[in-house]
Each structure stands twice: as structure tokens, then as C-alpha cells.
Ligand binder design. Structure first.
Ligand SMILES: [Zn+2]
Length: 474
């Protein structure tokens, strides 16, 4: 697989540290709210990376943390009059709900920062011991940027033009040796949750949490670290400084960053009123459509979110479901005949579509081209499979479809939901029930009358192999 490595700024052939195994760390959400569509993009993208690596035979250890202690968490918990832990527990629960609906698999491990204080403190201690960090007068501990010559190698930013991250700006720091130094440990302020440490009661900075948790589960050096482009600086730059400053070894071999999301052509922000959480969107769309929308573009390209785009993505997805259902239906009555020459040619083409899919995915996760390969397969299936097709042919095409859509996480459930759909009224369901009974009694006249009455009320009754179905006429 070719991966664009943000560290070297070029595509490189992926080579794992340990044959057949891959360790991946992805920065997870700060659990103070529902996550927004900007957060959803890396979750979906790197879930697909993991699935493709598994398809290629790797054993993947995928670690995605929960940031469950920081300024935003503390402020929000105070606003709501609950503890930080209560807030974290609630929004970790909400994370699972949305992640599941987006088709994001749980990671191998989801470490929480507050459950890794020992590892975090030990890492800071190592940095203090070897001169890469120093305690200030008030119980804060800072990273000494000048002690790490590799600072800036990821972002290209040097010490002089280093801006401070938003979370640090909140602190009034007075005893840093250098304005570029950043905080590893924050002394407790009144009313804040705190942990015991060699520097007094306090809590970790955000950057050190990710260094400590990633190395706990993946070792001092691991394969892939990923996240949104907005995390590249200072968060990931600081992670490198902390980890390599402590161990003296390279921290990560491949850094992957996804591009930004705009909403209706503008940067998403609360003040512009175009801020969308995934939960908001779930009130209108099956979230699988959001997944399709995200994967329809290359992960490093900026994308523009709009309702029209999600609606189009849903239509594409429905085509996949329809093709799948048709193949499943054909399979129930397919004859056990030998493959015809046409069917053999079809299966050859299907192999070709699979090859194109894998080539696209191996080209730095070109999911847009991989989706086109699936639609080539769908077109072939729709055009060349029918009730005369042999079981072996239908099964082979369906297996291939299932494997490829499985990597992207599409068409895995019974059907797409429509959250805006009104339930079918009770009286219509009643009429449908009566009609089923009339048919059973071979009372065709009554059966037709009821069907017409249902139609006149704006609903359509369909007889399917699974029984009758009622839906609203469109
Ligand atoms: Zn992180």
C-alpha cells in the first residue's frame, strides 16, 4: 500500500515494523459534546484504512483514545453542574451511538486519559530526568522545546513561529523559559479535578496524553499515527517532541492527516450557524449516507458538506442496497446449473473490478475510485444476472460485492432507514391485514377493493416473496 506520509511529504510504500502486523493510533474525541461532522471524517477514513489492511492480511491493533479531561470538559461539566467523569461517561455513550450508526467499528482499545495517569506521569518524569522538561514554580511542568533538535520536522514550523494551541492559550503562564515551551502538567486550580504527581496535585496537558497512551499500547515506535489536519500542529508536532525526547527513538513511521470539511462552502463554525453534529444529521438521514459522502472524495482533499450532497450520497447507497437485494432474491431461485461462457466472462470482469478496487485503495486510500469499482460491479450484476443465472454465478458476484462493500462499510444492514418517514397509519395497516386475509380466503374481489382503497389513501401495497409490504406512494 502507498501512503502519503505527512512527515516526508510524499507517498511511500507502507512497510510494517513487524511482519504481518500494523499498529495504528488515531486521536479520538474530547467527550464534552456530540461529535461533529468534522470529527466524523477521520473516524470514518481511518476505520476504512484499518479494514483494508485487514483485507490485505494484516493483524491490526487500532488504538483510539477518549480525551476525558481538559479545559473544555471542565468548563462544560461546571456549566451543567455535573462531574467531569459524569460528562465523559455520558458523551462516550453518545459516541458509541453515532459511531455505530456511521458504521465505525470499535477500536481494539479505547484508552481514556484519566485511566492512564500513571503512564502519563512516568513519561513526564522521564522527560524531566533527561532535561527535556522542567517544572515551573507553581507546579506546572513544561516541555523544553530547545532541547529537541527535531522540533518542527512534521509541521515545518520552527520554534520562532510557533503559535500556541487554543487549549494552552487559556492558561496564563509566567514561568516558562521560552514562549515556545508547552505544558505537560498543569497545577490544580480551585475546583478542578486533580491527580497526585511528583510536582503536586494537577492534571496532564492534552499532548502528553496521546504520547503516553499510544506508547502504552503500541510501543515506543509504531507504524501509523493519524488524525485531522488541524491536529498536525501543534498537537502531533508536540507528540513527536515528547515521545522522541523521552525514548531517543523514532516515534511513528507514517503520519496520515485528513483534509478539512466546509459547510455550504464556508468553514464550519458555531458563530456562522453552520455547525452540524452527526446527531443533528441523523434526524434527517441514515448516517450511512454521511459515510458514503465522506468516502466519495479522497481523504486528503477538502470536502464541502451540504444537504444536497448527503441526499445524493444516499441515492448512491440505495443503488448498492437494491443491487444486493436483487442478487439475494435471485439466489433463492437460481438453478444449480453449470457456469455458461457468458457467466465465466462475467466472473472474469468481477475479478477485474476487485483488482481495480484494491489498486485504488492501495493508492493512498483512493476510496472515490474504489467506490467506482463497486459501481462497475453493480452495473455488471444488474445487466448480466437474471432468473436464469446459475447459483454459482450469482453467489460469486454477491460474495465479491459483499467483500468490497464490507471494506468501505456499506450495505451491511437490512435496509437504509429514513428518519423523516412517517409511520404507516393504523387504519392502512388494518386494511392491509384484511386484504391478506381476503387473499388467503381467495376472495379476489375483496382483495382488489382493499388494494384500491389503500392506493386511494396514498399508499402502495406490494406482494413480495416475504409477504406484503406497505409503503407511502411518492
Ligand atoms: Zn492526540
Amino acid at each position: 500500500m502507498q501512503i502519503y506520509n505527512s512527515l516526508t511529504r510524499r507517498k511511500e510504500t507502507f512497510k510494517p515494523i513487524h511482519e504481518g502486523k500494523v499498529g495504528i493510533y488515531a486521536c479520538g474525541p474530547t467527550v464534552y459534546n456530540y461529535f461533529h461532522i468534522g470529527n466524523a471524517r477521520p473516524f470514518i477514513t481511518f476505520d476504512v484504512l484499518r479494514r483494508q489492511l485487514e483485507r490485505e492480511g494484516y493483524e491490526v491493533t487500532f488504538v483510539q483514545n477518549f480525551t476525558d479531561i481538559d479545559d473544555k470538559m471542565i468548563n462544560r461539566a461546571n456549566e451543567q453542574g455535573i462531574t467531569v467523569k459524569e460528562l465523559a461517561d455520558r458523551f462516550i455513550g453518545e459516541y458509541w451511538t453515532d459511531a455505530k450508526a456511521l458504521g465505525i467499528r470499535p477500536a481494539t482499545v479505547h484508552p481514556r486519559a484519566t485511566e492512564h495517569m500513571q503512564q502519563i506521569i512516568a513519561l513526564i518524569q522521564r522527560l524531566v530526568d533527561n532535561g527535556h522538561a522542567y517544572p515551573g514554580k507553581n507546579g506546572d511542568v513544561y516541555y523544553r522545546v530547545s532541547a529537541f533538535s527535531g522540533y518542527g520536522k512534521l509541521s515545518g514550523q520552527n520554534m520562532e513561529d510557533r503559535e500556541m494551541g487554543a487549549s494552552e492559550r487559556l492558561d496564563v503562564e509566567t514561568d516558562k523559559e521560552n514562549p515556545a515551551d508547552f505544558v505537560l502538567w498543569k497545577a490544580q486550580k480551585p475546583g478542578e479535578p486533580a491527580w497526585e504527581s511528583p510536582w503536586g496535585m494537577g492534571r496532564p496537558g492534552w499532548h502528553i496524553e496521546c504520547s503516553a497512551m499510544s506508547m502504552t499500547y503500541l510501543g515506543d515506535t509504531f507504524d501509523i499515527h493519524c488524525g485531522g489536519k488541524d491536529l498536525l500542529f501543534p498537537h502531533h508536532e508536540n507528540e513527536i517532541a515528547q515521545s522522541e525526547g523521552a525514548t531517543g527513538h523514532p516515534y511513528v513511521h507514517y503520519w496520515m492527516h485528513n483534509g478539512f470539511i466546509n459547510v455550504d462552502g464556508e468553514k464550519m463554525s458555531k458563530s456562522l450557524g453552520n455547525f452540524w453534529t452527526v446527531r443533528d444529521i441523523s434526524k434527517e438521514f441514515d448516517l450511512e449516507a454521511v459515510r458514503m459522502f465522506m468516502l466519495s472524495a479522497h481523504y486528503r482533499s477538502p470536502i464541502n458538506f451540504s444537504h444536497e450532497q448527503i441526499s445524493e450520497a444516499r441515492t448512491s447507497l440505495q443503488r448498492m442496497y437494491t443491487a444486493r437485494d436483487r442478487m439475494r432474491d435471485l439466489l433463492t431461485k437460481a438453478p444449480d446449473s453449470a457456469l455458461t461462457a457468458d457467466e465465466q466472462a462475467l466472473l472474469e470482469r468481477v475479478k477485474e473490478h476487485e483488482r481495480r478496487f484494491d489498486e485504488s485503495m492501495d493508492d493512498d486510500l483512493n476510496t472515490a475510485a474504489a467506490i467506482s469499482a463497486i459501481f462497475e460491479l453493480v452495473r455488471d450484476a444488474n445487466a448480466h444476472l437474471d432468473q436464469h443465472s446459475s447459483r454459482a454465478a450469482v453467489q460469486a458476484v454477491l460474495d465479491s460485492f459483499t467483500a468490497l462493500t464490507g471494506v468501505l462499510g456499506f450495505a451491511q444492514k437490512d435496509k437504509l432507514s429514513d428518519p423523516t418517514e412517517q409511520p404507516i397509519p393504523e387504519e392502512i395497516m388494518q386494511m392491509a391485514q384484511e386484504r391478506a386475509e381476503a387473499r388467503k380466503a381467495k376472495d379476489w374481489k375483496r382483495s382488489d377493493e382493499l388494494r384500491d382503497a389503500i392506493k386511494a389513501a396514498g399508499y402502495i401495497l406490494e406482494d413480495t416473496p416475504q409477504g406484503q409490504k406497505v409503503r407511502k406512494a411518492t
